[in-house]
Design a protein around this ligand. Structure first.
Ligand SMILES: [Zn+2]
Length: 114
């Protein structure tokens, strides 16, 4: 497996966890038994996965949030922004390893851009 593919897989996992966390805390439709998100969050998750799969910049960047090309359509961008704002800080609590990895990547990315 190429490094870029690994990155992609990890990114997809982090994004999915963030959306799930957001849904769990905000939407009554969330099914805590099966971990099934509500239809709207599931759609967002699928969309994020698809964007990540199609991303031509995976080699260079680590996260869509670090990307200069915003390929999300406006409606989805607004949704994912809300999810990030909510779940970003909480990820440290629920998924510390993933959260730390995300921060490390973001910092590294910012340095690279200078
Ligand atoms: Zn939801």
């Amino acid at each position: 497996m190429k490094a870029a593919d690994k990155k992609r897989e990890k990114e997809q996992r982090v994004v999915e966890e963030m959306i799930r966390l957001y849904c769990r805390k905000n939407h009554a439709e969330y099914d805590s038994k099966s971990g099934q998100m509500c239809p709207s969050c599931q759609e967002l998750s699928d969309y994020a996965k698809l964007r990540s799969e199609k991303c031509p910049f995976m080699e260079k960047k680590t996260f869509c949030s670090n990307c200069k090309v915003h390929c999300y359509k406006p409606e989805m961008r607004e949704k994912i922004r809300q999810v990030m704002r909510f779940s970003g800080p909480r990820m440290l609590l629920y998924h510390p390893a993933l959260a730390v990895w995300h921060v490390v990547c973001s910092v590294r990315e910012k340095k690279k851009q200078k």
